[in-house]
Ligand binder design. Structure first.
Ligand code: GDP
Length: 340
């Protein structure tokens, strides 16, 4: 697939870019791996000069993004996410697609590792030119990690990857965060009693567009039973779209069973949502939500780094804790420093 022909390699949108950054933009648009990796590294950097450059590079790449399907895959450790993504990825490549796999793992900043850090994962997929696999950035808070992944996703799209898979482990808020950046959100489950209940309790099932029970090869009957239970549970939940009732599938990532059927459900989702206008509406909403997230975190950062706030905050917090001042009065005084 020649990806460069339809693209103007930066063009007018890149006006004002430094030479080195224009070079990066051109490289990404031509699908060059090194440029892609370097651009994502720039995007992930926390240095403010790098962030400024990254914003310009992303602005130049933006017109070349979006012609993709973004799939979120979540599941507990051991559910078989990497096996599933590898089998799916190879299938898609064989069907002529290019696949990027990104991860959102907030715990990677604590452990120093990440869910995709281990090189032995997705061994086959790693070796394919049509695949690009990027571990979770270790940029601190979930918000920070997710913002970097969102940006990396755009870079991958500009480089011609047409299927973007965002993987996350079922910890904390990460599922909701990933669901907020993809077109279709998949919950990968094990057919064990209890696993599905956990997901229902945590409210994850409600945000899933598709539920998949993996490892059906181990016990077909258990998998079929789990599927039935989940279908029943789903009928009691409110659907996120009047046009889509989340299907429940059973697969075996290891035995490569049910993967083609899975992808046809993803295609059906896309077709249905596009026909109803919900596909584009969701992306527009996600982009605006992302802007608000960035505004919120920018304001928070601005507040915490303000010298007068830094000087006054510890004493003010003590006063609030000991009841000498009200939280409202303290907050108002601290916020007022921002206007000086
Ligand atoms: P992850 O932690 O969710 O990424 O899970 P992995 O993909 O690393 O899989 C965990 C273990 O389950 C590995 O030993 C896999 O070989 C195994 N596994 C994954 N999918 C299947 C499956 O469909 N059937 C069986 N029997 N084992 C599987």
């Amino acid at each position: 697939m020649d990806l460069s022909s339809s693209k103007s390699a930066g063009g007018g949108a890149a006006a004002g870019l430094a030479h080195a950054d224009q070079h990066l933009v051109d490289g990404v648009l031509r699908g060059h791996r090194r440029a892609l990796a370097k651009t994502i590294t720039l995007v992930e950097s926390t240095r403010s000069d790098h962030q400024r450059r990254a914003r310009q590079v992303l602005a130049a790449l933006l017109p070349h993004t979006g012609r993709t399907i973004r799939v979120g895959i979540s599941g507990a450790p051991g559910a078989g996410k990497s096996t599933f993504i590898e089998t799916l990825g190879i299938n898609l490549i064989e069907a002529g697609r290019r696949v990027a796999v990104l991860a959102v793992d907030p715990s990677s900043s604590v452990s120093g590792g990440s869910i995709l850090g281990d090189k032995t994962r997705m061994e086959m997929l790693c070796q394919r030119d049509e695949a690009f696999i990027r571990p979770s950035p270790s940029a601190g808070s979930l918000g920070g990690v997710a913002d970097k992944t969102r940006e990396a996703m755009l870079v991958c799209e500009a480089a011609g990857f047409d299927v973007i898979i965002v993987e996350t482990v079922g910890v904390g808020q990460s599922e909701t965060t990933v669901a907020g950046m993809v077109d279709v959100f998949v919950l990968l489950q094990l057919p064990n009693a209890g696993d599905d209940l956990q997901a229902i309790k945590k409210g994850i099932v409600e945000i899933a567009d598709l539920v998949v029970f993996n490892k059906a090869d181990i016990d077909e009957r258990a998998a079929a039973f789990a599927r039935g239970q989940m279908r029943a549970a789903l009928t009691m939940l409110r659907c996120s779209s009047p046009n889509w009732r989340p299907p429940v599938l059973t697969v075996s990532a290891l035995a490569k069973r049910g993967i083609v059927e899975f992808w046809s459900e993803i295609e059906r989702y896309r077709t249905t949502m596009m026909a109803s206008g919900e596909f584009d509406a969701k992306r527009r909403r996600q982009a605006v939500d992302w802007m608000w997230n960035l505004i919120d975190s920018g304001l928070r950062h601005h507040f915490h780094s303000h010298p007068a706030v830094r000087a006054a905050l510890p004493a003010m917090a003590t006063d609030v804790a000991e009841g000498r001042t009200t939280p409202g009065a303290a907050a108002a005084r601290l916020l007022a420093y921002l206007h000086h």
